[in-house]
Design a protein around this ligand. Structure first.
Ligand code: NI
Length: 176
């Protein structure tokens, strides 16, 4: 296991279109180790999601997982696609391990249907909603060179962490 270095905003790798992962690579020991390292890195930094470009590998792999109030299961998505967006939108505060110390409000569809390969290389097809759906969309944005900053419709909500804790932490997500 290894903690991988995180690419920060300004690193060109975060702006590239990620390559698909060849299915035959997925079950290899090296790739399974990489997936484990992604989880370890995400947890070390107290994130709920991490995309491979954030550790300087421009590949279509994201990992995520969240415990507690809005929990969703540990999930590995390879070569993911969103095949349906529900009509409702949700506004949530987002942050990113590649953007230190900032939060901002982003509005996204609140329910999606996703197709991908799992860490065994088997097909996945599932619906997600709420924080899980937002996290999937945030992480998949990393695969097309997009950051939550690009998705903010109102930059006046950009907030430093200390100010977030002081003024905005209790604000719930808004469903639109
Ligand atoms: Ni991110």
């Amino acid at each position: 296991m290894a903690i991988l270095p995180i690419a920060k905003v300004g690193n060109p790798v975060l702006r590239k279109i990620a390559e698909p992962v060849a299915p035959e690579v997925i079950p290899t020991r090296d790739y399974q180790q990489f997936i484990d390292d992604m989880f370890e890195t995400m947890i070390e930094h107290e994130g709920i999601g991490l995309a491979a470009p954030q550790v300087s590998r421009s590949e279509q792999l994201v990992v995520m997982g969240c415990e507690g109030e809005n929990a969703f299961p540990r999930t590995v998505l390879l070569n993911p696609r969103i095949v349906f967006y529900g009509p409702a939108q949700v506004e949530m505060w987002e942050g990113c391990l590649s953007v230190d110390g900032l939060r901002g409000k982003v509005t996204r569809p609140s329910s999606i249907r996703v197709q991908a390969l799992d860490r065994q290389g088997q097909p996945l097809d599932f619906d997600a909603s709420g924080l899980f759906a937002v996290c999937i969309q945030h992480e998949m944005d990393h695969l097309i060179g997009q950051l939550f900053l690009d998705r903010m419709s109102d930059l006046s909500t950009l907030t430093q962490l200390k100010e977030f804790d002081a003024y905005w932490k209790q604000e719930p997500a808004t469903v639109i």
